[in-house]
Design a protein around this ligand. Structure first.
Ligand SMILES: [Cu+2]
Length: 188
């Protein structure tokens, strides 16, 4: 079975099983891993962890993204993207636009959306304000390359206040204000 599929199944069985599986698989360096710990502004109560896994071998290169974010409004929906700068300070606007090295190379959240390489499905919170998220993409890589999250200035994850409507040319249509941010870091 393909590695990403195996990881996805493992994730359905629980994050502990997943981490165990990845630890075994990564012992020989066959899995690349990265993590972002997102947090909202002080006092917001929003926090979460986003994990990224990529098999070193394979065509196309696929990245499994797992996220758990808590402290959201119950049953809320939030735009959720990979942004172009690996920083969240002095405020979340420092993360820049949506990660989009190409082919369009237009990171403006209100344009070229939802075609940025960093565009992802919405985060959906349950009635306790906890969002669980699984997504497989071939738009980005952990490994070096033209779509690598680890380019010269790194990348980050942003959670938006509102739902991403998947529109283009509509101001705020990709989620509006930023409520949480995390820098994506390589896990050695
Ligand atoms: Cu965004």
């Amino acid at each position: 079975m393909r590695l990403i599929a195996r990881l996805l199944i493992a994730s359905l069985m629980g994050i502990v099983v997943l981490i165990g599986s990845v630890s075994r698989s990564s012992a020989d360096g066959s899995i690349l891993r990265a993590r972002a710990r997102v947090s909202g502004v002080a006092g917001s109560g929003i926090s979460g962890e986003i994990l990224f896994f990529q098999a070193r071998q394979g065509v196309p290169a696929e990245v499994l993204i797992l996220a758990r974010v808590e402290g959201l409004a119950p049953n809320s929906v939030h735009g959720f993207h990979l942004h172009e700068n690996g920083t969240c300070s002095p405020d979340f606007t420092a993360a820049g636009g949506h990660y989009d090295p190409g082919p369009a190379g237009n990171s403006n959240p209100d344009n070229n959306h939802p075609f940025h390489m960093g565009d992802m499905p919405n985060l959906r919170a349950d009635n306790k304000g906890v969002a669980q998220f699984e997504h497989v993409t071939s738009r980005v890589t952990i490994a070096p390359g033209p779509l690598s999250l680890f380019d010269a200035n790194g990348s980050s994850v942003i959670v938006h206040l509102n739902e991403d409507l998947g529109t283009t040319g509509v101001p705020g249509g990709s989620g509006g204000p930023r409520i949480a941010c995390g820098i994506i870091e390589l896990i050695p």
